[in-house]
Design a protein around this ligand. Sequence first.
Ligand code: PXP
Length: 239
Amino acid sequence: MTRLHVNIDHIATLRQARGVNYPDPVFGVPVVEMAGASGITVHLREDRRHICDRDVELIRATVSTVMNLEMAASRDIIDVAKRIRPHMCTLVPEKREERTTEGGLRVADDPARMADVVAELKDAGMRVSLFVDPDEREIDASLRAGAQTVELHTGDYCEASSDEARALELEKLAHCARFAHQLGLDVAAGHGLHYHNVGPVARISQIHELNIGHAIIARAVFAGLDAAVRQMLDAMGKK
Ligand code: PXP
């Protein structure tokens, strides 16, 4: 069964909307874990628009599954990661003006720079994942850069405007998951996944982990966080 890592950034988004100290994403960690998730994902953005340094410190100290830190390959954030030492770092592209991560890293454009960052994080004891589009060239470059995992970007699959387009995007994900697995990489996936589109991605056998955030936190407003996580686990297992 594919593991679910819940991205809890948007608990912090709600907090930051008012500049108060609630809801606290740190309180979400045991709830998500007790509901059956296998890990906690947070994105420490350079502008600290939702998750803050204090959150990553407390989450690292209290997590009982694994902590996956999504981050840009920037000096400031690399230094935070080395101090906090999450179990896994996922490098993502980051633009200040974007609403959320848009597209995967362009690893193939500058593999040497990426290799330096990957090596620095691995030397500090963390596993490193690279968030890439489902594209053989990027997966191959990720391997050469030293990554242990690739996270395949599911955005195009989620945003496909017809059944035919969605089927093509799903085939691309399945093909790239097999390709990455054959190269010896662990394979994760995520971005934009929802209760109604997660099933086919969760059934790609080479994908061992999904990172899902917005849909779960949005459902939690009405159903509660425990139920929202359990319902996502059900949706992942649905035939
Ligand atoms: N994976 C990565 C690399 C991401 O940047 C994000 C968004 O922070 C997610 C997964 C989760 O995306 P969503 O919130 O759309 O489920």
